[in-house]
Design a protein around this ligand. Sequence first.
Ligand SMILES: Cc1cc2nc3c(=O)[nH]c(=O)nc-3n(C[C@H](O)[C@H](O)[C@H](O)COP(=O)(O)O)c2cc1C
Length: 173
Amino acid sequence: MTTIISGTNREGSNSLKLAKYYHSQLTNKGFDSEIISLADLPGDLISSDLYGKRSEAFQGIQEKISASSKFIFVIPEYNGSFPGVLKTFIDACSFPESFFGKKAALVGLSSGKYGNIRGIDHFTGICHYINMHVLPLRIHIPNINKEFDEKGNLYLEDTIKFTDQQIERFIEF
Ligand SMILES: Cc1cc2nc3c(=O)[nH]c(=O)nc-3n(C[C@H](O)[C@H](O)[C@H](O)COP(=O)(O)O)c2cc1C
């Protein structure tokens, strides 16, 4: 199973829009995937699911993660890095079996100029620590507010070209 993680719990996030775009592109290429949005995490995650605790609300998410062998992480830039809730989510998932030996593609986005270059680097370090294999082609999308058409699809030629390249390589990965 392949899971696309939308890496923030912010309501109305561009990350979730982009996760849906990746999901639809994978579907068009005949590749099944599912989205987990961090907006669906239990609101009391920091008291309910860290340090060996497991809530019923998180259990379903944990089962999907455990059943997945490939992941796409869609990660917004928050204060020059990835969101804290994404790290909390990784910390809440069972270790090491959730991600050990599995594959990941990383997509960064920001409303500013840099498309989360630094946050994707930071998150790559964590992926390596938890023994994930990271697809070498990592994508950075700056100025995200100008990237979607009214249906929520990417429409700029370069962005479509580079995301498509990443999706093709991810399918083969
Ligand atoms: C807490 C927070 C910190 C942010 N920090 C940055 C930043 O350092 N650089 C930047 O370009 N955009 C920053 N942004 C804007 C995000 O890049 C913007 O919200 C973008 O749409 C992607 O995130 P989203 O999935 O929340 O929509 C920040 C947004 C939030 C909520």
